[in-house]
Ligand binder design. Structure first.
Ligand SMILES: [Zn+2]
Length: 191
C-alpha cells in the first residue's frame, strides 16, 4: 500500500521522480494524479490541504486561503480580519510545524564547559514542533492587520473563528485521506 505522503509526493513539483512499486503493479505519477482528481471531486478542500501540507504546493494553499476567507466574509467578518484569520489557519495546518532549532528532535547539543551533552530544546520545549500560543497568534494577527491586537482581544474576538477554520481543515483533510486510501485499495484490486 502506498502511503498518503508518497501519493502526494509523487505529484508534487519537487517530489520524487520515481514510481512507487506497490504489490503487483507499478503506481505511476499519472495513477496518482488520476486518483487525487477522483478524490478531489468528493473532498475538494481536504485534497487541497493534503497537497499544500505534504506536497508543499503553494497554489493549493492559496485556494484554501481564498475558500476560508469567503466563508468568513459570509459570517460577517471584516475583509482584512477574514484574510488574516484564513492565512493563519492555513499556515497552522499546512505550514511546517517542525522546530527549526532542533529539527524536530526536541533537544540540542550543548558544548558548554568543553563537554558535549544533550539539552532540552528551549524553543519547542522538547516537543519537536511549534504550537502557537494565543500570545503568538495575537502577535501574528497584529502584524497582518498592521495594528495592535492584544492576547485578550484575540482570545475574545478571534480565537473561536480561528479554531473553527483550523478544525475544519483538519477534519476535511482526514476525510480526503480516507477517500484516497479507499481508492488506492480499489486500484490495487484491479492492477
Ligand atoms: Zn525544538
Amino acid at each position: 500500500m502506498i502511503s498518503i505522503a508518497n501519493l502526494f509526493l509523487l505529484t508534487a513539483p519537487r517530489g520524487m521522480p520515481l514510481q512507487v512499486i506497490s504489490g503487483r503493479g507499478v503506481f505511476t505519477k499519472d495513477d496518482a494524479l488520476n486518483l487525487i482528481a477522483q478524490a478531489q471531486g468528493k473532498f475538494p478542500v481536504g485534497i487541497k490541504v493534503l497537497e499544500a501540507r505534504i506536497g508543499g504546493i503553494e497554489p493549493a494553499a492559496f485556494t484554501l486561503r481564498e475558500t476560508l476567507t469567503s466563508a468568513l466574509l459570509q459570517d460577517d467578518v471584516e475583509t482584512q480580519e477574514a484574510k488574516a484569520l484564513a492565512r493563519m489557519a492555513v499556515d497552522e495546518v499546512c505550514g511546517t510545524r517542525i522546530c527549526q532549532k532542533c529539527k524536530g528532535r526536541g533537544y540540542n547539543i550543548s558544548n558548554w564547559n568543553g563537554s558535549a551533552k544533550q539539552v532540552l530544546c528551549k524553543r519547542c520545549y522538547g516537543v519537536g514542533h511549534i504550537l502557537k500560543t494565543s500570545l503568538e497568534l495575537a502577535q501574528t494577527i497584529s502584524v497582518l492587520l498592521k495594528r495592535e491586537v492584544t492576547e485578550d482581544v484575540f482570545t475574545q474576538m478571534y480565537y473561536d473563528q480561528y479554531m473553527d477554520c483550523v478544525n475544519q481543515l483538519w477534519q476535511e483533510s482526514g476525510e480526503a485521506e480516507r477517500e484516497c486510501k479507499r481508492l488506492m485499495r480499489l486500484w490495487r484490486e484491479v492492477a
